[in-house]
Design a protein around this ligand. Structure first.
Ligand SMILES: C[S@@+](CC[C@H](N)C(=O)[O-])C[C@H]1O[C@@H](n2cnc3c(N)ncnc32)[C@H](O)[C@@H]1O
Length: 327
């Protein structure tokens, strides 16, 4: 146990925090607005998370590393990508916390588009003036032992030199491997819960093959499709998509309990993946429990950084901290 201390902003339910914990860090504080996510964090990571608005910098904190996952809706290609989205400006708050507490290293995680934003440029300028060097990485979770293609940017600011980019794993993890040992039926145990589809939804699901999606429905059963689908034609989209067993899943998001929102159908069962299967795809250990209703838990899971990816980043930061203390 290295015992390096980490504080987290926008901590969510603690998936990023879980990766840092797995790498040997001790969490001393986590700020998060969603009360259910705070409770989940406190159950699984360390009971230090508070319902706290990041706009207000907390006094009297001491830690080695500050980690932040600001809301990404304003940067994401799925959102409206509005540069004036007030949520984007929250990312600048990370600098205020760093100025106040002077951690050795700061890690900001976000969608890849964040790197091209004015906020990222502004942060780099402010941190540089304050004595920090910086480096940005684009990492795909599938390269770090996660059964999911999910690309995320990590920007590291450091007072002690720059860390090495985490080495990718050689093997890719498939959905089949991620789900191994779980009953095919979502039996309700240990968050293996999934919504019962309506009659119409079930009729649609039965016609969608592995790796198939809405386009199969338009071809096979136009009577089961709303007129808008037929009018728009068969674009390549993930909605009503079924996962493939032998490859990583596409990115899962907060809405993964709804078939109409993405490629969330189980590879072989006529249902969306369960909360526990979603957790497995995010690399969350089975001994984690969650607080909240199904929608809230899906948001906590879908919002997070896959735990093994966070661990790989955390281990690179540990190496940097160790190099410094051996001088
Ligand atoms: C992308 S999620 C972070 C996920 C987290 N990094 C993880 O791995 O689990 C962003 C989080 O920021 C929280 N949030 C948004 N505005 C906030 C604010 N002003 N103060 C604190 N948390 C905020 C949201 O509730 C959401 O949980």
């Amino acid at each position: 146990m290295d015992g390096y201390k980490v504080a987290e902003l926008f901590s969510g339910a603690g998936l990023m925090g879980g990766g840092f914990k797995a790498a040997g860090f001790r969490s001393v504080f986590a700020a998060e607005l969603d009360g259910k996510a705070v409770q989940t964090y406190n159950k699984n990571i360390e009971p230090v998370a508070e319902k706290w608005d990041v706009s207000e910098v907390k006094c009297d904190l001491k830690y080695d590393v500050l980690v932040a996952g600001p809301p990404c809706q304003g940067f994401s290609t799925l959102g409206r990508r509005d540069p004036k989205d007030v949520r984007n400006a929250l990312s600048l708050k990370v600098f205020d916390w760093a100025e106040k507490h002077r951690p050795l290293v700061v890690v900001i995680e976000n969608v890849p588009q964040f790197l091209n934003s004015d906020y990222c440029r502004e942060l780099k300028e402010r941190f540089e003036k304050s004595g920090y060097d910086s480096v940005s990485w684009l990492l795909n979770a599938a390269d770090y032992g996660v059964a999911q293609n999910r690309k995320r940017s990590f920007t590291i600011f450091s007072l002690i030199g720059l860390p090495n980019k985490p080495q990718p794993c050689k093997e890719r993890v498939t959905v089949k491997e991620a789900f191994s040992g779980l009953p095919k039926e979502a039996n309700g145990e240990n968050f293996h819960i999934s919504p019962t589809p309506s009659e119409l939804a079930l009729a649609r699901m039965k016609l969608i093959p592995e790796n198939g999606d809405k386009r199969d429905l338009i071809k096979k059963a136009p009577d089961l499709c709303p007129p808008s689908w037929i009018k728009m034609g068969a674009q390549a989209v993930d909605v009503w998509g079924r996962m493939g067993l032998e490859k990583p899943a596409n990115t899962i998001r907060c809405s993964f309990q709804s078939a109409s929102k993405g490629r969330y159908l189980h590879p072989t069962e006529n249902r969306v993946i369960s909360l526990r299967e979603g957790a497995r795809i995010q690399g969350i250990p089975d001994d984690w429990s969650f607080v909240g209703d199904r929608t809230s838990i899906a948001r906590q899971i879908g919002n997070g950084v896959p735990v093994p990816l966070a661990k790989a980043v955390a281990l690179s930061i540990t190496d940097l901290l160790k190099r410094r203390s051996s001088y």
